[in-house]
Design a binder for this molecule. Structure first.
Ligand code: ITT
Length: 227
Protein backbone atom coordinates (compact mmCIF):
# COMPACT_ATOMS: atom_id res chain seq x y z
CA UNK A 1 0.00 0.00 0.00
CA UNK A 2 2.86 2.26 0.89
CA UNK A 3 4.47 1.56 -2.50
CA UNK A 4 1.20 2.23 -4.32
CA UNK A 5 0.81 5.33 -2.20
CA UNK A 6 4.29 6.38 -3.29
CA UNK A 7 3.51 5.77 -6.94
CA UNK A 8 0.24 7.64 -6.57
CA UNK A 9 2.06 10.60 -4.96
CA UNK A 10 4.55 10.57 -7.82
CA UNK A 11 1.64 10.42 -10.29
CA UNK A 12 -0.09 13.22 -8.40
CA UNK A 13 2.96 15.45 -8.57
CA UNK A 14 3.27 14.70 -12.31
CA UNK A 15 -0.37 15.63 -12.80
CA UNK A 16 0.19 18.81 -10.79
CA UNK A 17 3.19 19.64 -12.96
CA UNK A 18 1.19 19.08 -16.13
CA UNK A 19 -1.65 21.21 -14.79
CA UNK A 20 0.87 23.93 -14.02
CA UNK A 21 2.17 23.65 -17.61
CA UNK A 22 -1.38 23.89 -18.96
CA UNK A 23 -2.09 26.97 -16.86
CA UNK A 24 1.18 28.50 -18.01
CA UNK A 25 0.23 27.81 -21.64
CA UNK A 26 -3.21 29.35 -21.07
CA UNK A 27 -1.61 32.45 -19.56
CA UNK A 28 0.73 32.69 -22.59
CA UNK A 29 -2.19 32.18 -24.98
CA UNK A 30 -4.12 34.89 -23.21
CA UNK A 31 -1.17 37.22 -23.70
CA UNK A 32 -1.01 36.23 -27.38
CA UNK A 33 -4.72 36.83 -27.73
CA UNK A 34 -4.26 40.27 -26.24
CA UNK A 35 -1.54 40.84 -28.80
CA UNK A 36 -3.94 39.67 -31.49
CA UNK A 37 -6.23 42.54 -30.58
CA UNK A 38 -3.53 44.76 -32.03
CA UNK A 39 -3.99 43.18 -35.45
CA UNK A 40 -6.08 45.57 -37.41
CA UNK A 41 -7.33 45.49 -40.96
CA UNK A 42 -6.67 48.66 -42.94
CA UNK A 43 -9.55 49.10 -45.38
CA UNK A 44 -7.51 50.07 -48.41
CA UNK A 45 -6.52 48.78 -51.82
CA UNK A 46 -3.80 51.37 -52.12
CA UNK A 47 -0.40 49.69 -51.56
CA UNK A 48 1.37 53.06 -51.17
CA UNK A 49 -0.95 54.04 -48.32
CA UNK A 50 -0.49 50.67 -46.63
CA UNK A 51 3.31 51.07 -46.79
CA UNK A 52 3.14 54.62 -45.46
CA UNK A 53 0.86 53.67 -42.59
CA UNK A 54 2.89 50.57 -41.60
CA UNK A 55 6.05 52.73 -41.62
CA UNK A 56 4.42 55.32 -39.34
CA UNK A 57 2.78 52.85 -36.96
CA UNK A 58 5.95 50.70 -36.75
CA UNK A 59 6.11 47.06 -35.77
CA UNK A 60 4.07 47.41 -32.57
CA UNK A 61 0.88 46.79 -34.56
CA UNK A 62 0.18 44.28 -37.27
CA UNK A 63 -1.64 45.97 -40.09
CA UNK A 64 -3.44 43.66 -42.48
CA UNK A 65 -4.60 44.68 -45.91
CA UNK A 66 -7.88 43.86 -47.64
CA UNK A 67 -5.83 41.39 -49.67
CA UNK A 68 -4.73 39.63 -46.50
CA UNK A 69 -8.37 38.95 -45.62
CA UNK A 70 -9.25 37.99 -49.22
CA UNK A 71 -11.50 40.98 -49.67
CA UNK A 72 -11.49 42.22 -53.24
CA UNK A 73 -14.75 44.16 -52.91
CA UNK A 74 -14.89 47.72 -54.15
CA UNK A 75 -16.00 49.26 -50.87
CA UNK A 76 -18.43 52.09 -51.57
CA UNK A 77 -17.31 55.67 -50.93
CA UNK A 78 -20.42 57.72 -51.56
CA UNK A 79 -20.22 60.20 -48.70
CA UNK A 80 -19.91 63.96 -49.05
CA UNK A 81 -17.18 64.30 -46.45
CA UNK A 82 -13.91 62.50 -45.71
CA UNK A 83 -15.40 61.45 -42.37
CA UNK A 84 -18.48 59.85 -43.96
CA UNK A 85 -16.34 57.95 -46.47
CA UNK A 86 -13.88 56.74 -43.85
CA UNK A 87 -16.75 55.46 -41.70
CA UNK A 88 -18.37 53.77 -44.69
CA UNK A 89 -15.19 51.72 -45.08
CA UNK A 90 -15.07 50.50 -41.48
CA UNK A 91 -18.85 49.95 -41.35
CA UNK A 92 -18.50 47.71 -44.41
CA UNK A 93 -15.78 45.54 -42.85
CA UNK A 94 -17.51 45.37 -39.47
CA UNK A 95 -20.83 44.33 -41.05
CA UNK A 96 -19.32 41.80 -43.45
CA UNK A 97 -16.44 40.32 -41.39
CA UNK A 98 -16.96 41.52 -37.81
CA UNK A 99 -13.32 42.68 -37.74
CA UNK A 100 -11.58 45.40 -35.79
CA UNK A 101 -10.38 47.73 -38.47
CA UNK A 102 -9.63 51.22 -39.62
CA UNK A 103 -10.13 53.03 -42.88
CA UNK A 104 -9.23 56.45 -44.10
CA UNK A 105 -10.34 58.89 -46.66
CA UNK A 106 -7.97 61.53 -47.87
CA UNK A 107 -7.81 64.11 -50.55
CA UNK A 108 -6.62 67.43 -51.76
CA UNK A 109 -8.60 70.63 -51.12
CA UNK A 110 -7.72 73.59 -53.34
CA UNK A 111 -9.08 76.94 -52.16
CA UNK A 112 -9.37 78.54 -55.62
CA UNK A 113 -11.44 75.51 -56.74
CA UNK A 114 -13.82 75.78 -53.76
CA UNK A 115 -12.26 72.79 -52.03
CA UNK A 116 -12.12 70.55 -55.12
CA UNK A 117 -11.09 67.85 -55.84
CA UNK A 118 -11.86 67.00 -52.16
CA UNK A 119 -13.70 63.71 -51.76
CA UNK A 120 -13.44 63.26 -55.54
CA UNK A 121 -9.62 63.35 -55.51
CA UNK A 122 -9.17 59.73 -56.64
CA UNK A 123 -11.39 60.14 -59.72
CA UNK A 124 -11.44 63.86 -60.36
CA UNK A 125 -11.20 63.48 -64.14
CA UNK A 126 -13.70 60.62 -64.15
CA UNK A 127 -11.00 57.95 -63.96
CA UNK A 128 -8.29 56.87 -61.52
CA UNK A 129 -5.64 57.99 -64.02
CA UNK A 130 -3.50 60.39 -61.97
CA UNK A 131 -1.97 61.98 -65.06
CA UNK A 132 -5.44 63.05 -66.14
CA UNK A 133 -6.43 64.10 -62.60
CA UNK A 134 -3.36 66.32 -62.24
CA UNK A 135 -3.86 67.74 -65.75
CA UNK A 136 -7.42 68.69 -64.82
CA UNK A 137 -6.32 70.44 -61.61
CA UNK A 138 -3.61 72.40 -63.46
CA UNK A 139 -5.99 73.26 -66.27
CA UNK A 140 -8.74 74.46 -63.88
CA UNK A 141 -6.26 76.55 -61.89
CA UNK A 142 -4.75 78.06 -65.03
CA UNK A 143 -2.71 81.10 -64.09
CA UNK A 144 -4.72 81.79 -60.93
CA UNK A 145 -2.26 83.20 -58.39
CA UNK A 146 -4.20 81.80 -55.44
CA UNK A 147 -2.56 78.35 -55.19
CA UNK A 148 -3.25 77.56 -51.52
CA UNK A 149 -4.31 74.00 -50.81
CA UNK A 150 -4.17 71.28 -48.20
CA UNK A 151 -4.12 67.51 -48.00
CA UNK A 152 -6.54 66.08 -45.45
CA UNK A 153 -7.00 62.65 -43.94
CA UNK A 154 -9.73 61.36 -41.68
CA UNK A 155 -9.31 57.91 -40.14
CA UNK A 156 -12.24 55.92 -38.83
CA UNK A 157 -11.30 53.25 -36.28
CA UNK A 158 -13.61 50.51 -35.06
CA UNK A 159 -12.18 48.81 -31.99
CA UNK A 160 -13.75 47.17 -28.95
CA UNK A 161 -17.24 48.02 -30.20
CA UNK A 162 -16.38 51.71 -30.30
CA UNK A 163 -16.07 54.19 -33.13
CA UNK A 164 -13.27 56.80 -33.18
CA UNK A 165 -12.07 59.43 -35.65
CA UNK A 166 -8.56 60.88 -36.10
CA UNK A 167 -7.74 63.78 -38.41
CA UNK A 168 -4.65 65.24 -39.99
CA UNK A 169 -4.01 67.98 -42.52
CA UNK A 170 -1.08 69.78 -44.07
CA UNK A 171 -1.21 73.21 -45.70
CA UNK A 172 0.70 74.03 -48.84
CA UNK A 173 0.44 75.24 -52.41
CA UNK A 174 -0.09 73.86 -55.90
CA UNK A 175 2.73 74.57 -58.34
CA UNK A 176 2.34 75.04 -62.09
CA UNK A 177 4.23 71.97 -63.29
CA UNK A 178 4.92 68.50 -61.94
CA UNK A 179 8.15 68.01 -60.01
CA UNK A 180 9.56 64.76 -58.58
CA UNK A 181 8.90 61.08 -59.09
CA UNK A 182 8.31 59.68 -55.59
CA UNK A 183 5.07 59.32 -53.64
CA UNK A 184 1.75 59.03 -55.45
CA UNK A 185 -1.42 60.90 -56.38
CA UNK A 186 -1.05 64.68 -56.41
CA UNK A 187 2.40 64.61 -54.76
CA UNK A 188 4.25 66.05 -57.83
CA UNK A 189 2.27 69.33 -57.70
CA UNK A 190 2.03 69.92 -53.92
CA UNK A 191 4.63 71.83 -51.89
CA UNK A 192 3.99 71.88 -48.14
CA UNK A 193 4.40 75.24 -46.38
CA UNK A 194 7.94 75.80 -45.13
CA UNK A 195 9.50 73.64 -47.89
CA UNK A 196 10.66 74.30 -51.43
CA UNK A 197 10.23 70.73 -52.67
CA UNK A 198 7.09 68.85 -53.66
CA UNK A 199 6.01 65.74 -51.77
CA UNK A 200 7.21 63.80 -54.85
CA UNK A 201 10.71 65.25 -54.42
CA UNK A 202 10.93 64.08 -50.82
CA UNK A 203 11.98 60.69 -49.55
CA UNK A 204 9.19 58.53 -48.12
CA UNK A 205 10.65 59.12 -44.64
CA UNK A 206 10.54 62.90 -45.10
CA UNK A 207 6.97 62.86 -46.36
CA UNK A 208 5.94 60.46 -43.60
CA UNK A 209 7.29 62.81 -40.96
CA UNK A 210 4.99 65.68 -41.95
CA UNK A 211 2.11 64.42 -44.09
CA UNK A 212 -1.61 64.68 -43.37
CA UNK A 213 -1.73 60.90 -43.13
CA UNK A 214 1.27 60.84 -40.78
CA UNK A 215 -0.50 63.27 -38.45
CA UNK A 216 -3.75 61.28 -38.46
CA UNK A 217 -1.96 57.91 -38.17
CA UNK A 218 0.21 59.34 -35.37
CA UNK A 219 -2.98 60.15 -33.45
CA UNK A 220 -4.31 56.65 -34.20
CA UNK A 221 -1.05 55.03 -33.02
CA UNK A 222 -1.01 57.12 -29.83
CA UNK A 223 -4.57 55.99 -29.12
CA UNK A 224 -3.80 52.33 -29.86
CA UNK A 225 -0.86 52.39 -27.46
CA UNK A 226 -3.30 53.09 -24.64
CA UNK A 227 -5.19 49.86 -25.44
P1 ITT B 1 -8.40 53.68 -50.96
O1 ITT B 1 -9.73 54.37 -51.06
O2 ITT B 1 -8.39 52.30 -51.54
O3 ITT B 1 -7.83 53.70 -49.62
P2 ITT B 1 -7.49 55.85 -52.58
O4 ITT B 1 -6.40 55.94 -53.60
O5 ITT B 1 -8.88 56.11 -53.06
O6 ITT B 1 -7.34 54.46 -51.86
P3 ITT B 1 -7.93 58.01 -50.66
O7 ITT B 1 -9.37 57.80 -50.83
O8 ITT B 1 -7.41 58.12 -49.28
O9 ITT B 1 -7.09 56.86 -51.42
O10 ITT B 1 -7.42 59.29 -51.39
C1 ITT B 1 -8.07 59.75 -52.54
C2 ITT B 1 -7.09 60.34 -53.49
O11 ITT B 1 -6.50 61.51 -52.91
C3 ITT B 1 -5.90 59.44 -53.83
O12 ITT B 1 -6.21 58.52 -54.85
C4 ITT B 1 -4.88 60.47 -54.27
O13 ITT B 1 -5.12 60.86 -55.60
C5 ITT B 1 -5.18 61.64 -53.34
N1 ITT B 1 -4.27 61.55 -52.18
C6 ITT B 1 -4.56 61.12 -50.94
N2 ITT B 1 -3.47 61.13 -50.17
C7 ITT B 1 -2.46 61.59 -50.94
C8 ITT B 1 -1.09 61.82 -50.74
O14 ITT B 1 -0.49 61.56 -49.58
N3 ITT B 1 -0.37 62.29 -51.74
C9 ITT B 1 -0.93 62.53 -52.93
N4 ITT B 1 -2.21 62.34 -53.22
C10 ITT B 1 -2.97 61.87 -52.23
Amino acid sequence: MLIFGGVNSWKDSNILQREEHCQQRERTNKKLNLKKMLELVFATNNAHKLEEVQAIVGSAFIIKSLNDIDCSDDIPETGETFEENAKQKTDYLVNKYGLYCFGDDSGLEIDALNGEPGVYSARYSGSRDMEKNIDLVLQKLGDNTNRTARFKTVISLYLNEQQHFFEGSIEGKIIEERRGIDGFGYDPIFIPNGYDRTFAEMTAAEKNSISHRAIAVGKLATYLKTK
